[in-house]
Design a protein around this ligand. Structure first.
Ligand SMILES: Cc1ncc(C[n+]2csc(CCOP(=O)(O)OP(=O)(O)O)c2C)c(N)n1
Length: 647
């Protein structure tokens, strides 16, 4: 881990003395509000200058302090869901001085990571895993007779909507373990929360009758820890009181056999610590419903657009204004080209619908939601459902564009095969954030999709090299029924300022010659084709003449073009921003073997290990798919005759 060479950030009188939760537990309870202020300010100071997730961590400052104050972490296990809200946790658990390196190359990870700290009980990044993981830990503790060990899962109302969370609640309710689920309810996912559970949570939080009864109940509960051995009996009585007087069997969590407590103000730290202390004495699965506010304590975030403050980029903390990157006129982001193009296509083709699992703004579908809401579906954090729902739509002749980040599609693999591909349904998968995504790191890189999609029968697998090709692929995919069709594009900007071309059909399975050459043929798929164009300029100066072929379709491959290439060039380089094992380069080796070619092939792509975080440029370099590595590889190849393989 690198230490930040940059400035020292003010830690405040209490925070400066805290290097572990042990230190925190030495504070008086009356000092915790002051510590909350200092922790919050430390997060604001650093995230405004270094970037990262913001609103979610500010919203759980009190919760974070209260949990570490009351529970004996790391003996007691604390599992964060998604983990984007765990900055306060990182700062309190020995990573305060390294926090300015958060999300930087070789710096702290932006998410909890077991290899980083014993306090990170479970590695995260994808949502809705916390209850399953904490339940697994709690049943393991039962087996090991560690009855006193506590297990706490902190999960947002957005993450609670996923099927995985429900599966875990369903299992946990039937087990007698020390499991506390803290529902951090801020009514927001990245975009406003959606679905019936949200309505339910709002009802329960605003019901007057319920809240009056709850307040009485809490008064009694506040006494529980003083009752010693009788605590359990008394808790049961209180619980029964709440159930029978107010909730009946209608409480969702109660009906799954959880003891439900709350809703409480998740920013009242004195109350929080008291309640957590009481809940520690109550055995079995419990849920504490906390109401919090995303961005709490930073006025601009509290008043502003919570979606923007989820991960606002760099900003001036005194004015709340974004700090724009110093750039001349630059090409648009691929995601925005997708967002504009789908509206254009949907206006021409009334069967087009857009589906997103909780990434409305991240996928640039917000504009379509405003303009054509009846054909735009945010289904919540539910990738499996998004795919099968799209399949259902397709059976009725709709043309679903199911937009899922490559990394999150991993969740819905069986749905892609079983619900879409086997039935050869025309679902168009737009896979955003393909390739190395940068600062979010290993949990978020979209590097496996080529390999896991190309082995599925009926599936068309494509990737555009630039904005025009993205538009043309989207146009081609919806023009007629092709069965499942994936279009995969990267995070960030494309290469064309004039991005809005006239639509043109890209014949399925047809690649493009970018440049004819004679020394080496470089075959690219997707955005890295642009690195090849840059590399070519350098190689020309070195007297190496390459041919460059942009395959566009990884499946079906343009075999006619490949035969021509394999006959003409002895030396071939493949490049992809996907995993080397089983991806584009592998498909070229298969073609070569199937057709008895013996050309020299070198494959550039993501090696067989998990790539951590950094800028995209740093990671492209680390993986050897950047311009310089292409140049070096070509030079090396010119000097060798044997078959070489990278990775
Ligand atoms: C499987 C999966 N899908 C999508 C995401 C992207 N994502 C990150 S945070 C987030 C919202 C989470 O909302 P919530 O659980 O309510 O937490 P909050 O940010 O409101 O604290 C989403 C959709 C993800 N991390 N994992």
């Amino acid at each position: 881990m690198t230490k930040s060479k940059s400035k020292k950030y003010n830690q405040g009188p209490l925070l400066s003395k805290i290097n572990s939760p042990e230190d925190l537990r030495k504070l008086k309870r009356s000092q915790l509000p002051q510590l909350s202020k200092e922790l919050r300010q430390y997060i604001i100071d650093i995230v405004s200058e270094k970037g990262g997730h913001f609103g979610a961590s500010l919203g759980v400052v009190e919760l974070t302090i209260a949990i570490h104050y009351i529970f004996k972490t790391p003996y007691d296990q604390l599992v964060w869901d998604v983990g984007h809200q765990a900055y306060g946790h990182k700062i309190l658990t020995g990573r305060k001085d390294r926090f300015p390196t958060n999300r930087m190359y070789k710096g702290l990870s932006g998410f909890p990571k077991r290899s980083e700290s014993v306090y990170d009980a479970f590695g995260v990044g994808h949502s809705s895993t916390s209850i399953s993981a904490a339940l697994g830990m709690s049943l393991a503790s039962n087996n090991k007779k560690s009855k006193s060990k506590q297990h706490v899962a902190v999960i947002g109302d957005g993450a609670m909507t996923a099927g995985l969370s429900f599966e875990a609640l369903n299992h946990a309710g039937a087990e007698n373990t020390n499991l506390l689920v803290i529902l951090n309810d801020n009514c927001m996912s990245i975009d406003p929360a959606v679905g019936a559970l949200k309505e339910y949570l709002t009802d329960i939080s605003t019901s007057k009758v319920y809240n009056q009864a709850k307040n009485k109940a809490w008064k009694i509960l506040g006494q529980i820890s003083k009752f010693g051995p009788n605590a359990q009996k008394i808790a049961k009585k209180v619980e029964t009181g709440i159930k029978t007087t107010v909730l009946g069997s209608s409480n969702y969590f109660e009906s799954l056999n959880f003891r439900y407590f709350g809703p409480i103000d998740g920013h009242n730290i004195e109350h929080l610590t008291q309640i957590l202390k009481d809940l520690k004495e109550i055995p079995g699965p419990k849920i504490l419903h906390c109401i919090t506010e995303k961005g709490k304590g930073y006025a601009f975030a509290e008043k502003g657009d919570a979606t923007k403050w989820h991960a606002p980029g760099l900003f001036d903390k005194t004015t709340g204004k974004s700090i724009p990157l110093k750039e001349k006129e630059s090409p648009p982001k691929y995601q925005d080209v997708f967002g504009e193009t789908i509206i254009e296509l949907a206006k021409r083709n009334s069967n087009i619908v857009a589906v997103t699992p909780a990434m409305l703004s991240g996928s640039s579908l917000s504009k379509m939601m405003t303009e054509i809401p009846e054909r735009t579906f945010d289904v919540g954090i539910a990738e499996q459902h998004a795919v099968t729902f799209s399949a259902g739509m397709a059976t009725q002749g709709m043309v679903p564009f199911c937009n899922i980040y490559s990394t999150f599609l991993q969740r819905a693999y069986d749905q892609v095969i079983h619900d879409v591909a086997i039935q050869n349904l025309s679902v168009i998968f737009c896979l955003d954030r393909g390739g190395l995504v940068g600062a979010d790191g290993a949990t978020h890189h979209g590097v496996f999709d080529y390999a896991f999609l190309r082995c599925i029968p009926n599936m068309i697998v494509s990737s555009p090299m630039n904005e025009h090709e993205l538009r043309n692929l989207m146009y081609t995919a919806q023009n007629k029924s092709h069965g499942p069709f994936s279009i995969r594009y990267p995070r960030g900007k494309g290469v064309k300022i004039e991005w809005k071309n006239k639509f043109e059909e890209l014949k399925i399975g047809k690649g493009k010659k970018i440049k004819e050459g004679h020394d080496i043929a470089i075959l690219s798929i997707g955005h890295p084709g642009n690195f090849v164009i840059e590399a070519n300029e350098k190689l020309e100066k070195k007297g190496i003449n390459i041919g460059h072929y942009n395959m566009i379709y990884l499946k079906p491959l343009d075999e006619k073009l490949l035969h021509a290439i394999f006959k003409k060039y002895n030396k071939i380089i493949t490049i992809e921003d996907g995993c080397l094992k089983g991806g584009f380069g592998s498909s070229i080796l298969e073609f070569m073997s199937d057709n008895n070619y013996t050309n020299q092939v070198s494959r550039l792509g993501i090696p067989d290990n998990f790539i951590h975080h950094g800028t995209q440029e740093e990671l492209w370099k680390e993986c050897g798919i950047d311009v310089n590595t292409i140049v070096k590889n070509a030079e090396k190849m010119m000097n060798t005759n044997s078959i070489s393989k990278a990775g």
